[in-house]
Design a protein around this ligand. Sequence first.
Ligand code: ADP
Ligand code: MG
Length: 614
Amino acid sequence: MADIIKLLPDHVANQIAAGEVVQRPASVVKELLENAIDAGATNIKLIVKDGGKALIQVVDNGIGMSETDARLSFERHATSKISCAEDLFNLNTKGFRGEALASIAAIAHVDVQTKPENAELGSFLKIEGSKITAQDVAATPKGTSIAVKNLFFNIPARRNFLKSNQVELRHITDEFQRVALVHFDVAFQFYNNGSELFNLPKENFRQRIVHVFGAKMNERLVPVEEETEVVKVSGFICKPEFARKSRGEQFFFANGRFIKSPYLHHAIGAAFEGLIKSEMQPGYFLFLNVDPKAIDINIHPTKTEVKFDDENTLYAILRSTIKHSLGQFNVVPSLDFEHDNNLLTPYSYQGKEAVVPKVTVDARFNPFESKESSTVRTSSFKKKSIEGWENLYTDLDDKDNSFSSVQFESQIEVPDIFEGQEEDIKTNQIAFQLRRKFIVTTIKSGMLVINQNRAHQRVLYEKFLANNEVKQGVSQQLLFPLTLEFTGPEIQQLKQFHEHLSVLGFIMNFGKKQKVTVSGIPTIMTETSIGTVFAELLINNESEVTDEEVLSSEVLIAKILCRTLALKSGQPLDTTSQIALVNDLFGCEESKLDPFNRIIYTTIETDLIEKKFI
Ligand code: ADP
Ligand code: MG
């Protein structure tokens, strides 16, 4: 048989390697930024067009390259960073494989300008699909500029596989943040389609976090610092009350490199145990410094997964360090999710001194008399709410007064969210709250158990739709327009759905310096909820789960708005409000499903209850 094995030509080998190194524009961004850092740059500029599909350019003021080096840097396995295998165990640079530039050049059009500090003139190179197509001298400042255009121009299948510009930009922003966070001593600028997303001066780590994630971050951070023989841990964690549902703000940097480690992530979760609800995610920005010999970053080509020699010890140290910080900075609140006092105290009462409730005992009370006269009154007792099922308990109060200090869930005074509707409510209707989550009421065939949060979402949603049908964007003008500050990417997102927001009744003006002035809001909203609503919309548009549907329609935004504004589980409701909510729900066109198509209530038939007593 004839020999059939051939060596692949370089450009084919490069294309194959590129498949591993370059998955999407964000991978190119990562490699170019890391090369700039390795080149000792103190100022790095990232310029992106059309989610990186049209252009990704990184300009640095690092050491630059000689003409020969510039040509060589695009060869495969060409690197200045290691020269023998031992060097692999003592890495101080981001790169070391010498594959990135060769891979990128195999699948894009690349322009390079570079000049070492002491050279008179720099060099210019043009490379298309691994071939150098132009070369010249260039008058250029010290440092390197690499522009990558038309990514995947020669692999249409890969190009078609890319997501929308918006989603690709989100991936790029994630990579940018990872590099920018850890190299806070380097100044960064990031432009997308001509507008500035980030402008970060040289600063300290805390300032960098705040610059990247917005001023609101500052009050949330708790410092972490611990040095043991195995590892030095430093950085910040977020206070438990700022835990979020999405995984946005979780960063481990091992020896200056962003890493993903589900195992170590778990250690943080363990330290936060009991402080945050299980579905919530703690925020953290942590540096782990270990002996370079004790860490293997070579196990994955894109290098976010690493292997530590002694992971178990690391886990234990991390967990106790975080616990210690939480305790030391006194941020372990006495949180009890079944009974969170913040939820119970009406806003106007917060911070005021507690007054012992006055208890009046009806001296004429006689348990053997007819029901009408047997009433126990506490200061928060409403006339209406003692009718019905609560009477079952009234005669327990005979011997001592302790009972009168017990509050039923349904008796706790809360601001009346359904003000002015009392007249409509039939006073003989009964309802009570179960675990501050469900409203239980009766119907002909038995019992109705309603999820209060979902019910309220539905009610708000239909109100909202009704308003919007009458006139597009019914809005209430704010007496004092509110100015809010956002980060660069947040402003971009808000601009993207600005049009939808105006249809829904928001009146917004984009000012200078990432500020937005809100002068009108939808009628179903109150002014105090503006901050929460915007935060929620931005979180929902975030793409840690990147390929999810972005907020592209008014309907979706409206649903999220209602979800944000709706009564939460855990919110106590007085009987009047409970009944009003039930009536509102059954006045809706669709009362079975909430705006996200989840069931709102279930019934328990009397027959079923009867059977339990056989
Ligand atoms: P690696 O980073 O793994 O060494 P790359 O393909 O990313 O491999 O880069 C190859 C070489 O090109 C680097 O080792 C470095 O010497 C040089 N190089 C790349 N980017 C720059 C830059 N921005 N400034 C100076 N030198 C660079
Ligand atoms: Mg590199």
